[in-house]
Write a protein that binds this ligand. Sequence first.
Ligand code: FAD
Length: 515
Amino acid sequence: MIACLERFVHDNDAESKPDDDVSSIGKSLDLQGSIESGGKTGIAGKDFGGLYSVRPLALIKPSGAEDIARVVKASSLTSHLTVAARGNGHSINGQAMADGGLVIDMRSTEENHFKFLRVNGSPYIDVSGGALWEDVLTRCVSTFGLAPRSWTDYLSLTVGGTLSNAGVSGQAFRYGPQTSNVTELEVVTGKGEISVCSETQNPELFFGVLGGLGQFGIITRARVKLQLAPDMVRWIRVVYSEFEDFTRDAEFLVTQKEGESFDYVEGFVFANNDDQVNGWSSVPLGPDQEFDPAHIPQTAGSVLYCLEVAFHYRNSDHPSTVDTAVSRLLGRLGFVRGLKFQVDVSYVEFLLRVKRAEEHAKANGIWDSPHPWLNLFVSKSDIVEFDRTVFKGMLKDGIGGPMLIYPLLRSKWDNRTSVALPGGEIFYIVALLRFVPKGPSVEKLVAQNHEIVQWCIKQGLGFKLYLPHYQSNEDWKRHFGNQWTRFVERKARFDPMAILAPGQKIFKRTHHNLN
Ligand code: FAD
């Protein structure tokens, strides 16, 4: 088997690869699933970012953890093969790629495991690491009337892909990121071992893998906490002209007890002009709603802020009860009167809201164009400075896509996971989600992202990249700060030859153990 892999690696240096070789590897690995040669044009060499493309050796469609373990073990016996789990390839900077390596298509395992269970009376769902969150949602709601508690904005992402980062949306202020909402994982480590882990069983692996950027193991199963799914959501947007008012209200809402706040809190920056993408028209929630700029105070600057909130309710709730509860919550906020928009939608429709934006963007041809995105966590203590320089300065004309900003609470995150966060209890997620046509402007936008990050470093801002992307060891060390030693120790323990997730560019594949 190994001889066959080594020959395959060697032969792959030549330009083309006969499919026979691929199938002979498949046979020698004795896979239940399948293997395809990884041409540059296949899914394995591309991602949503559209900024990088590489040529993997092969794309493997495993049937489950055993297949994945076989592939990892076989790779460990070669001199330089790497293995990348590919969720849905919605990374921006090639994080799910393996140049010359083996890419595991986790989607081929998406049907595995789907199983409802109760632990100490509380409901959970076991799902595959390759399942899409949108399928978890629709199946949990339609079959059990239950749903996970913490989401991402967009749900065509895999369970393993978001758990390897954090998984953040407008519910995270209450329940923490998705990494705070799983209690057990099945993982294939970089040694090719299949391990079940949790807070009490193999805790170092469990917490290492959560937010671990795919470095310590491939998640093949996750146990996700569930709660009763509401029927309906009142989805509301209100506008602010002053950043201080916006942050005061957003921070107020995320620090209130359940029942004293909304069920979802997010926000975004938009341009104070009639730009079709980033201007006034990006705020209304329905085609019959109009943004009347006459309401904007004279003192407003080049950008405005929108607080986006949602209130859950049941079909059986009397409309006046919902109206009263929402009015009470909104009554405490200091937004610009006259600039409030709301719609009532089903819970599932609300959670699938970005899917509709995707359909729209696909129709306009911008979904498949490059996405030089930048995501950061910025400390509350530095967010005013960030707003002044970045939003009001560098990006005042918009970015050709949403500019999200909303507060999160550090106490809802578990320090034992591998995620790197800035200091302080309150920090903001900032997401610059650029949709741009292919062309020279893409390089300029990548350069602008770089400029923002360099400015944050130079100013000594309390910040971390979310979905981080660095090329040098120095940058990764700085990113992890005092967690770096733990990160390296975990790597040495669970993936000592640095086989896994080479696209993150943190560790170099080695022949010898890292420790
Ligand atoms: P991939 O891009 O395929 O993989 C990401 C990394 O995880 C790679 O290193 C890969 O090797 C590794 N990996 C994949 N599967 C596994 C596994 N099973 N086990 C171990 N490692 C694995 N993020 C948020 O937090 N909140 C949002 O609201 C949000 N919205 C988004 C909206 C859009 C339109 C897009 C494109 C992305 C968004 N993201 C958001 C970012 C998203 O969470 C990450 O890019 C995530 O990695 C994508 O999941 P994926 O399944 O496509 O993973």
